[in-house]
Design a protein around this ligand. Structure first.
Ligand SMILES: C[S@@+](CC[C@H](N)C(=O)[O-])C[C@H]1O[C@@H](n2cnc3c(N)ncnc32)[C@H](O)[C@@H]1O
Length: 284
């Protein structure tokens, strides 16, 4: 996919379209993603790769057996999870634009964070992985190895039970989730109040889902080798009301909560992520 318009087309474009094209053509993550049809389906995939690499490779831990990816279409994050749980081998294409790389503070020839061979000619290879991955979106998701895609509205009151039914396997009879990822966002309405409200609604629904399903840390009496509590990665829009949500719902119920703005997230976007680790299982 190229983001260069022909000179004739370029003249006809509005200034907003021209600046979008210019931004796309300079964005190293867009370049990386579009350099090969075999690589990630979304620019967002690089945010998850970056977060995972910077925060102790939480997706790759051996005790991660059940992951739920909310707001998953077209599937970039799910591809990353599938890779980390061993369902696919992959390679990203080489990329050598030193000007663009240094502008974004990135190192040449490396995808930000993860360790990998760079080979433009390779494609995804499927293999037997571990665990279960459930990906949910309003939109369809083209199949990804190891991923159960569910097309539905996560805000529907029946959604939690439907997801739990898929998570419950002979190896995981209680349907417990080790990691919940959410990159879910409603379409921008352009009205700040409405956009903040929908981000809050999404955060509350996900918190309720976590309350019922996220892995709880073992108590000291229960086990000699204690299992850590589960992890939640939650996208939200920066606003004081969302800060209140963090203070009242996330902080009391997780061991630690970090605000993260990945370098691959556009600076002008109000989005941010909370990485919440060590679910205590407190019912609030
Ligand atoms: C930023 S995109 C996710 C990109 C994805 N992480 C990837 O890497 O491909 C946000 C997604 O949230 C989905 N979404 C928004 N509201 C939703 C809802 N109520 N239920 C399910 N999905 C929803 C949208 O359809 C959209 O695909």
């Amino acid at each position: 996919m190229s983001f260069r318009a022909s000179p004739i087309l370029y003249k006809k474009l509005s200034s907003a379209s021209r600046s979008w094209l210019s931004r796309q053509s300079r964005d190293p993550y867009v370049k990386l993603r579009t350099a090969s049809p075999n690589v990630y389906r979304s620019r967002s995939a690089f945010k998850l790769l970056e977060l995972n690499a910077a925060w102790g490779s939480f997706l790759s831990r051996k005790d991660v057996r059940a992951v739920v990816d909310l707001g998953a279409a077209p599937g970039g994050w799910s591809q990353v999870v599938s890779e980390k749980l061993g369902w696919i081998d992959s390679a990203t294409p080489d990329w050598d634009d030193s000007d663009v790389a240094s502008e974004y503070g990135l190192q040449l020839g490396r995808v930000p964070g993860p360790e990998r061979n760079l080979d433009a000619s390779s494609s995804w290879r499927t293999k037997q992985g571990r665990g279960v991955i459930v990906s949910v979106d309003l939109l369809p998701i083209t199949p990804i190895p190891g991923v159960h895609a569910m097309q539905m509205d996560f805000l529907d009151p029946q959604a939690g039970a439907a997801i739990k039914a898929v998570l419950s396997t002979p190896e995981n009879p209680s349907g417990v989730v080790d990691i919940i990822l959410s990159d879910m966002a409603a379409n921008f309405s352009g009205y700040k109040t409405r956009d903040v409200e929908s981000s809050l609604d999404i955060c509350h629904s996900i918190f309720n889902f976590a309350k019922d399903n996220l892995r709880v840390q073992d108590s000291p009496q229960e086990a000699t080798k204690r299992r850590r509590g589960g992890t939640l990665l939650l996208k939200h829009f920066t606003h004081p009301l969302l800060q209140e949500f963090r203070k009242h719902f996330l902080e009391p119920n997780f061991h630690n909560v970090h605000y993260i703005k990945p370098t691959s997230s556009r600076t002008e976007s109000a989005e941010g992520y909370w990485l919440c680790r060590g679910w205590k299982g407190v019912k609030s």
